[in-house]
Design a protein around this ligand. Structure first.
Ligand SMILES: NC(=O)c1ccc[n+]([C@@H]2O[C@H](COP(=O)([O-])OP(=O)(O)OC[C@H]3O[C@@H](n4cnc5c(N)ncnc54)[C@H](O)[C@@H]3O)[C@@H](O)[C@H]2O)c1
Length: 365
């Protein structure tokens, strides 16, 4: 394995590769050589490259995990595919649907495995919820509700350690949107993956919030099946302290079915003192799954482990190109529906969509 980019999120993703008994991380690629050397020594990684082209010539590397800023994903994925490496790239897949399609086509042409590393699909409480849905524990799902709450205050040491460079490209024209594109991507992905079907129509109101936040936002969507809807809210509470080891935000998921409902009560924070998964059954009984590993870091290392396991098994890892395109189109459809004040079919979006105030901090201003 070769790791490309070792910025803010890399330590959490690298762990699943570094700890995997059947995977050797043989190189790090990072233009900041001093940092790369330091991290390589810490992680016991033998080689450092400062250019991706040089790394891609290394025959010891079978696969790459691309952890570079989102606007670079297209070029880095196409180069890796042309070099014959299997590819895992961080979410969001790319800045536009056009670029995403180019990446998938390049991987197909080269005959390499391609996936987007989407940690929500490897978060144990969400995996449990999906397993319960598949078992029929709540009958036929009819509503999927996803809440994201951003608190004004937190005391996360991880948050305090983040490099400011990782935020510049998220706030300017190098990104097509703010928080709804960058972070809420995870929630769009989860809403599609839990339902197991695509969305055909989206309505929304997106308001500009502080920094790159887009809150309050309310969106709802129709899945392909007539009797299944999705509801999403994103709120910002400036005076609220939110317990979190990461970003001072948290999430809540509710899947209502004909026979009961499931709550997933957290994701990146610890907003509520509740078990991570709760099930209400048709007969009125409740089951709490209190012993599930609910640490967000497990979703990251789980995603990395899953990529290696899938390569070794010869199976397609999550998230595949199709789900990644659907997630990207859903993210853009929420912006477009609010911009145009009308329902939008996500599958009609082939480029990108931004909110009217974007970019909030243009670098060329
Ligand atoms: N799974 C998650 O929950 C999650 C969380 C945060 C970020 N991400 C994603 O991970 C990616 C990186 O985010 P980040 O916050 O770590 O960003 P960052 O800016 O902190 O890190 C990017 C790193 O890439 C390096 N880089 C730049 N150009 C490069 C090149 N040509 N070759 C190799 N390395 C290069 C930078 O020097 C930096 O170290 C983004 O796509 C982001 O959306 C995923």
């Amino acid at each position: 394995m070769g790791l490309v980019g070792i910025g803010n999120i890399a330590p959490l993703n690298a762990r699943g590769y570094l700890d995997h008994p059947d995977c050797d991380v043989v190189a790090i690629c990072e233009p900041r050589e001093e940092k790369a050397q330091h991290v390589a020594a810490e992680w016991n990684v033998p080689k450092v490259y400062t250019s991706l082209d040089a790394m891609l010539e290394d025959d010891e590397i079978d696969a790459v995990e691309i952890l570079t800023p989102t606007h670079m994903h297209r070029d880095h994925v196409v180069a890796a595919a042309q070099a014959g490496k299997h590819i895992s790239v961080q979410k969001p897949i790319a800045n536009s649907v056009t670029e995403a399609r180019e990446m998938i086509a390049a991987a197909d042409k080269a005959g390499v495995v391609f996936r987007v590393s989407e940690c929500a699909l490897h978060y144990p409480p969400l995996m449990k919820a999906r397993e319960l849905i598949a078992e029929g524990a709540i009958g036929t799902p009819n509503m999927i509700r996803v809440k994201t709450l951003i608190g004004g205050k937190t005391n996360s040491t991880f948050g305090d350690s983040l490099e400011v460079e990782g935020y510049i490209w998220r706030f300017n024209e190098l990104s097509p949107g703010g928080h709804l594109f960058d972070d809420v991507w995870h929630k769009y992905a989860a809403a599609l993956w839990l339902a197991g079907e695509n969305v055909r129509s989206v309505q929304s109101v997106v308001r500009q919030g502080p920094l790159f936040f887009e809150a309050p936002t309310a969106a709802f969507w129709e899945y392909e099946r007539d009797d299944l809807l999705g509801l999403m809210e994103v709120t910002y509470a400036p005076n609220m302290f939110l317990r979190s080891e990461f970003f001072g935000a948290d999430e809540f998921f509710e899947i209502q079915g004909s026979d009961g409902f499931i709550w997933v009560t957290r994701y990146t924070g610890q907003m509520l003192d509740l078990p991570p998964v709760m099930l209400y059954r048709a007969d009125g009984t409740t089951t709490s799954y209190g012993d599930i590993d609910a640490s967000w870091t497990s979703s990251m290392s789980g995603a990395s482990k899953h990529f290696v396991d899938s390569l070794l098994a010869g199976t397609q890892p999550d998230m595949d190109g199709e789900l990644a395109i659907q997630t990207l189109q859903l993210a853009f459809a929420v912006y477009q529906a609010s911009n145009e004040r009308r329902p939008v079919d996500p599958s009609t979006i082939e480029t990108s969509v931004s909110p009217p105030w974007w970019p909030i901090y243009p670098s060329k201003a």
